[in-house]
Design a binder for this molecule. Structure first.
Ligand SMILES: *Cc1c(COP(=O)(O)O)cnc(C)c1O
Length: 411
């Protein structure tokens, strides 16, 4: 462990993103390894939100829609996100929640392939994606076959009657990263469309949506993008699909001319047609401010650091495998997102004990402890200190205290 401490200190000294850490509030003594669930608060964000509240809302009131350009927040924020995910600025918009965006793009995909009847996804996909597909199928009177299969069976599931392949790039449990380019190509080879959920990708590493020829994508604003709790999500629609689907969630903000107030719906000729109602200005203000960090710090440096952080963590955790931890995150770099996960039969209690010891990760049923690595603010010394505290908990069996077995509402 001591030699790893020295290695970590050296890595911290040569860290190209060293100064990014000072741009975040990080509670004293705490090691935060849950940025994959809720990103930390950048120090400049509170003042920006306060300005939006006090000056823009308080003084400028409704004139702010024009004067402070509130009305353009969804596209402005979308363009910032586009730069991180390899899309054109005109292909991304910040709006609604990820769940609602799944609903919208999935319905759009179904419209583009009306003769086909199969929706394919990974049975281990994040549940909301699967639930939304189920809800849509209920709405459409079970017209579709929902072919939810194990990852190993995805290729075989891609037959000529598939409308769309709905996948998450990084598995939220194991942290496994799928090969977006080759999977997209395989789906398109049978004429299917693709929807990629970037919840654990955006802000963690560079995504190349255009290069991979992806049709649709969605993702969260509150994870690696640090937009704050419940931050607006985003959606991506490839240029060639922006004029075909007739939005079903056809709100007035997606209308070609919202302020013409005509009774008939006519969709905007841009990605705006996939938006619905009045944008959440305060939440978008926080997200917009957070995203400005990416003008100073590169997403490519973030990826390089993320791999070093996760490599170091996996190395430091090796001696702890004697306590029953088994790494379920792939060791190959190209198959890794920015989190590392272990199974342990007492994972829940162990994570509660670790949180009480000031190291914040999380637990995912049935038996996974997750550690997220946010390259903008996690340091290499954090990694070693976190493992040292975990080792102490395992050695002393501190996790066996009854208070750590009590399940909270949010795990
Ligand atoms: C976190 C996460 C979501 C969350 O969706 P919300 O609508 O924001 O609750 C969706 N998909 C994946 C893959 C996630 O990891």
């Amino acid at each position: 462990m001591n030699s790893l401490f020295v290695k970590a200190q050296q890595l911290d000294q040569s860290d190209a993103l060293k100064s990014a850490r000072e741009r975040f509030f990080l509670p004293e003594g705490k090691i935060y390894m849950d940025g994959n669930s809720l990103g930390a608060l950048p120090t400049h964000v509170p003042a920006r939100v306060a300005d939006a509240v006090q000056r823009q809302w308080g003084e400028d009131l409704i004139s702010s829609w024009n004067k402070n350009a509130w009305i353009d927040l969804p596209t402005r924020v979308g363009a910032q996100i586009a730069a991180l995910i390899g899309a054109k600025p005109s292909e991304v918009v910040a709006c609604d929640s990820t769940s609602i965006n799944v609903f919208k793009v999935l319905l759009s995909a179904l419209q583009l392939r009306p003769e086909r009847r199969v929706i394919v996804s990974d049975i281990d996909n994040f549940p909301t994606d699967l639930y939304m597909a189920q809800g849509i199928n209920t709405l459409l009177e079970n017209r579709y076959e929902l072919r939810f299969v194990k990852r190993a069976d995805l290729e075989a599931a891609l037959t000529e009657d598939v409308v769309v392949l709905l996948l998450t790039e990084v598995d939220y449990r194991t942290g496994e990263r799928l090969n977006m380019k080759s999977i997209t190509a395989r789906a398109q080879a049978v004429g299917a469309l693709t929807i990629w959920d970037l919840a654990h990708s955006a802000g963690a590493f560079p995504v190349a949506l255009n290069d991979c020829n992806v049709d649709f994508a969605i993702g969260c604003g509150y994870k690696y993008l640090n937009g704050g709790p419940g931050a607006p999500a985003f959606l991506f629609v490839a240029e060639q699909h922006q004029s075909a689907p007739e939005p079903v969630l056809s709100g007035w903000m997606g209308h070609a001319a919202p302020f013409a107030f005509t009774p008939e719906y006519a969709p905007a000729a841009s990605v705006l047609r996939f938006t619905t109602g009045t944008p959440p200005v305060l939440a978008l203000t926080a997200l917009e401010a957070s995203l400005e960090l990416w003008q100073k710090f590169s997403i490519h440096s973030a990826r390089a650091k993320s791999l070093l952080l996760t490599d170091l963590f996996i190395e430091a955790m090796q001696p702890l495998e004697q306590y029953g931890f088994a790494c379920v995150t792939p060791l190959e770099h190209e198959k890794r997102g920015s989190q590392v996960s272990y199974t342990h039969e007492h994972g829940y209690a162990i994570m509660q004990a670790l949180i009480a010891a000031g190291v914040v990760g999380d637990f995912r049923a049935p038996d996974i402890v997750r550690f997220g690595f946010a390259p903008l603010y996690n340091s290499f010394s954090d990694v070693i200190e976190a493992v040292a505290r975990l080792e102490q908990i395992m050695k002393t069996q501190a996790w066996k205290a009854p208070e750590f077995a009590k399940k909270a509402k949010v795990t």
